[in-house]
Design a protein around this ligand. Sequence first.
Ligand SMILES: [Zn+2]
Length: 303
Amino acid sequence: MTTLLLSRPPWVDHQTPLWHPERQDRMRAVESALEEESFAWLVREEAAEAALQTLALVHPEPYIQSLIDAAPLEGLVAIDEDTSLSPDTLDAAMRSAGAAVQAVDEVMTGKVRNAFSAMRPPGHHAERAKAMGFCFFNNVSIAARHARKAHGAERIAIVDWDAHHGNGTQDVFWSDASVLFCSTHQMPLYPGTGAASERGEHDTMVNVPLRAGDGGEVFREALEVAVLPRVKAFSPDLILISAGFDAHWRDPLADLELTEADFAWATQQLMDIVFTIGQYNLVSMALNSFGVQADPGLPGFDI
Ligand SMILES: [Zn+2]
């Protein structure tokens, strides 16, 4: 097995206000854990910036330009009450999207068997023309569109187990039958979308709201009943996972009470699905996405 870990160059420092929960300490914690000997086998690369035309696969150019124009030379500029730009933010945001694209490229071309991207800022709240909820560019959506354009993926499934609904991803793919979007999330909770009745123009939006305190048993049942069968039936060429981990019991912003074992179980379920589809590779993008490619030309998955 070859697993790629994508992370930021050390000098990139997207800053948020002092009180803000989405801060650099999160990445420091991830990076420090992944420095342990048990992860020494990971192939490590620094994320490059996504090209402007790649961002434009999802976001209108005037929106991208408006962020460039708003970026400060020093201090912070608030986009909304949760979301602000610092001098390094666009560099970091373009690398978050770039990491997603890079992971897809390396997996789809067979350079690595799977990949994990630990990057910030996150992306799943960013709509086509609206930054919100700590997000500027919708990394998983950009990765999906790139997989389609550059690698000919015809069907892509996105599974989003972040505690919040991926409203941005839903916005991007609402009318796009080539993408199945499945989301488990706490409801009611920010951003307020994600009711089960939201199904998209082609019935490709699968929203599974959970209640505060539901815990791992309910989460696993939700995946088994409502998500995994849909992903399997879709027979995707690529599965991307918006792997936000704020459904963890120690996260202060949500109350889904999941454990590490629940996330591992969910990951294994998706790996098992792909194993039944064919032989495959896996891309994972923490906070952003996680993906599996069916590729009959490659040997079996062996993580
Ligand atoms: Zn979240």
